[in-house]
Write a protein of this length. Structure first.
Length: 178
């Protein structure tokens, strides 16, 4: 499952969004992306005061989480894109934007965003777990062994940081199985 990070740093999963079947390595996300976009106010971040920028960021971030809970990944993606435009170094907004890209079928964009998160927060076990899922999706798309090796390495790093992740352990085991 994709993990999301709300601003209070608690972890939640996307309700009902199955990223991997129980076999771990063998399936892809099958829900089509949502075509609609949220209404984004035409406010330049430079025109906002710091307090207004923080308030707008929080509002967009909360909208993104609400859209995720409603399984509306397209609008969630738009909310997180705008939030990242306001605060490009916020690791939770970047993480959730990556999770949305992964949910709508764009694992390459997710990989780049997860790598951005890891430059800010290099010991983020959840980010390594999601990075592994994006790598394995690329493996299933292109059938190149390098993607599978990168998925395995990301999941191993995730487990080194937080061994209490049974799903990641399962993904890793299924990738290593002959």
């Amino acid at each position: 499952m994709l993990l999301l990070k709300p601003t209070w740093f608690a972890m939640m999963t996307i309700a009902g969004a199955v990223v991997f079947a129980p076999a771990g390595c063998g399936s892809r996300y099958k829900t089509p992306p949502v075509a609609s976009r949220v209404e984004i106010q035409d406010e330049s971040p430079k025109a906002l005061t710091p307090a207004e920028k923080d308030q707008r960021f929080k509002s967009l971030f909360d909208q993104g989480i609400a859209h995720i809970r409603g399984e509306q990944y397209g609008p969630a993606l738009a909310s997180f894109e705008e939030a990242v435009r306001l605060k490009p170094e916020d690791p939770d907004a970047l993480f959730n934007l990556g999770a949305c890209h992964e949910a709508v079928g764009d694992p390459l964009a997710a990989i780049n965003l997860y790598r951005d998160v890891l430059t800010i927060r290099p010991d983020d076990a959840d980010c390594y777990a999601n990075l592994g899922t994006s790598f394995i999706k690329m493996y299933h798309r292109e059938k190149r062994a390098a993607w599978k090796r990168m998925a395995t390495a990301a999941w191993e790093r995730s487990l080194a940081l937080n061994p209490q992740q049974p799903r990641v352990q399962g993904y890793l085991a299924s990738c290593r199985a002959p």
